[in-house]
Ligand binder design. Sequence first.
Ligand SMILES: NC(=O)c1ccc[n+]([C@@H]2O[C@H](COP(=O)([O-])OP(=O)(O)OC[C@H]3O[C@@H](n4cnc5c(N)ncnc54)[C@H](O)[C@@H]3O)[C@@H](O)[C@H]2O)c1
Length: 280
Amino acid sequence: MVAGNSVHSLFDLTGRVAVITGSGGLLGLKHAEAIAEMGGLPVLVDISQQRCVDAGQEIKARYGYEALSIVADITQPQAVADILAQTLTTFGRVDILINNAANNPKVENGDLAGHWSRLEQFPLAIWEQDLAVGLTGAFLCSQVIGAEMARRGRGVILNIASDLAVIAPDQRIYRQPGLEDGQQPVKPVSYSVIKHGLIGLTRYLATYWADRGVRVNALSPGGVYNDQEPEFVQRLTNLIPMGRMAQQDEYKAAVVFLVSDASSYMTGANLIIDGGRTCW
Ligand SMILES: NC(=O)c1ccc[n+]([C@@H]2O[C@H](COP(=O)([O-])OP(=O)(O)OC[C@H]3O[C@@H](n4cnc5c(N)ncnc54)[C@H](O)[C@@H]3O)[C@@H](O)[C@H]2O)c1
């Protein structure tokens, strides 16, 4: 029970073990930092060994804490079972799961260049690969790690969705000069489907485990500024009432709220933090 606790203590994560998928990426590392800063023990999971190593070094440098790093492909059931096993062997418990990993093609890396992303020719292989990471991976991690939480009668799952979990992408912002309409890059259909699907997964799991002490919520962040080209930033920020993209650190406090006892009466919800974009 958390009633009567001080507000400070409700946000405290001392000793809480948090598995974070995709923690070698842009936001995954921020989630890990937020947890470490509040005394929690992040378990860094990423398919990329290098990203895992880099994230571990970052956490060590900032918080002096040697995080458990697990290189794993969350689309593989055995790999997910191994994540749980290694976590329990090391800590004997798991309190938090953040389903964060996704294929997230980045404008700033030119990932959308070319017209492969258009619906008419969107490759089935990419559709399947995207769903495998963003939805199947979240399902498998929830199934395996959530079941352990339910067995223990306590835990929190946080699904990282997107503003594109509640609105359609405005494809005009991805346009490149000099290309015909049929050649213009777009935000892939798989991204929208996965993010909307995560909201469904959130509600399903929240009600499924409501009586087992496992809370399940989603966080829907808006776009994070990461040196995207100014034309893109201008087009996107025109859609955002606050007139800017998010800074990389601006979701950390919300993550702590959602995975800590501060949100003890919250489950099945989707917290949208998007500078107001979805109001417009
Ligand atoms: N960056 C943004 O502007 C933004 C905005 C809204 C929502 N989001 C969401 O936040 C989450 C993180 O985004 P990001 O920008 O940090 O992405 P990112 O691409 O920087 O990081 C994703 C990480 O997931 C890892 N990964 C990919 N496939 C994996 C697999 N099969 N198993 C384990 N790890 C795997 C990658 O190696 C990578 O390190 C995503 O769900 C994304 O959709 C991001």
